[in-house]
Write a protein that binds this ligand. Structure first.
Ligand code: AGV
Ligand code: CA
Length: 331
């Protein structure tokens, strides 16, 4: 399978980050996941690390997928995520579908070796030592990629096929609402570490495919989508995704207008199926201080060809892709 894309998932342990991992792992003919980095942002990193390992061993044992290294990033951000959100990885690692004794025993046997890795170094190593160009799918803050760009420059960026990134908001409002502190224009992944986003956006030798809130707003996680997983309960992967998403459907009811979206899943879907959206060329900049800290701004620089932004998402096609993909690990 020489034409598989080599993909590293650089994530931060939210519900949709792990669903994004499932989607990548469910398409071994198109994608080979060669590593994953977990950042202490929208999760407590220990739990994000652990659920990543459990999904990997599940897919290895049941579907014969290769194992891959998983590293916890040591990088911290500027603006922490709300603590309530950060517990979701803990709930996911405790779900029965990822805790069958044979699968968790395999993860326990691999735990120590992975526990020693530093995520940002792992990212650099995997890219620099690869014999082919690597795709990095970033569903958390851009801190690890920025660290690699700053440390290795073009020897790193020329080995990257593209960075597929969830982050930012261009012509729509943001999702960071902190009373008296922010004006609601920033998106959380960028807000966590704005200088890192700036480093990545400014780097013209790194190709970026951006899924901003402008596109992800079209894929809410609704009860009508989530309940469809009930028709495919014989698959453990489907149980996992249905359960993870079922813990997200109350957001829209709790805070209308600030619901839960398949942000990271849509982003990862691009690595599998490019026809889920259209794209236009646009470079971005980021505000690094003041009320609009973390806001992304379009540069309208015709000369910049290193960055494209998704638009016109085909939501129906996306939801069917996700549902169908999770028919894996049959019991
Ligand atoms: O801004 C979207 C990013 C995505 O990478 N994350 C969640 C996704 O993993 C932050 C976020 C925004 N609103 C949230 C978030 C919410 N209501 N709950 C948890 N995380
Ligand atoms: Ca995320």
């Amino acid at each position: 399978m020489a034409d598989q894309r080599l993909v590293i998932l650089d994530h931060d342990g939210g519900h949709d980050d792990l669903v994004a991992l499932c989607l990548l792992l469910a398409h071994p003919t198109q994608v080979r996941v060669i590593g994953s980095v977990v950042t202490d942002a929208d999760c407590f990193v220990e739990h994000g690390f652990s659920i990543t390992g459990k999904l990997m061993t599940l897919m290895h044992a049941e579907e014969g997928l290769p194992l891959f290294p998983i590293g916890k990033s040591s990088l911290g951000g500027v603006n922490p995520f709300p603590s309530d959100w950060r517990w979701s990885a803990k709930n996911m690692e405790d779900l029965p579908c990822v805790n069958m004794p044979k699968h968790s025993a395999l993860w326990e046997s691999l735990y120590e070796a992975n526990n020693r890795l530093r995520g940002e170094e792992l990212l650099a190593d995997l890219v620099l030592k690869s014999d082919r160009k690597v795709t990095i799918c970033v569903t958390g803050p851009l801190s690890n990629v920025a660290w690699c760009v700053e440390k290795y420059g073009e020897s790193f960026t020329t080995k990257v096929e593209e960075c597929i990134i969830m982050g930012g908001a261009v012509s729509v409002g943001g999702n960071v609402f902190i009373d008296g502190r922010t004006d609601g224009t920033a998106e959380w992944n960028i807000f966590w570490d704005p200088p890192a986003a700036k480093t990545v956006f400014d780097c013209t030798s790194l190709k970026k495919v951006m899924f901003t809130l402008d596109s992800t707003n079209h894929v809410p996680v609704t009860s009508s989508v989530v309940r469809q997983f009930g028709a495919q309960n014989e698959f453990l992967l489907s149980q996992f995704v249905g359960s993870a998403w079922a813990s997200c459907t109350h957001h829209e009811l709790m805070r209308p207008g600030d619901g839960y979206f398949a942000w990271d899943v849509l982003t990862a879907a691009y690595a599998v199926e490019r026809s889920i959206a259209d794209f236009y060329q646009e470079a971005l900049d980021v505000v690094t201080e003041g009320d609009s800290e973390g806001r992304t701004v379009a540069l309208h620089d015709e000369g910049r060809t290193d960055s494209v932004i998704a638009k016109n998402v085909d939501a129906g096609r996306f939801y069917s892709l996700v549902l169908d993909s999770m028919k894996r690990c049959k019991m």
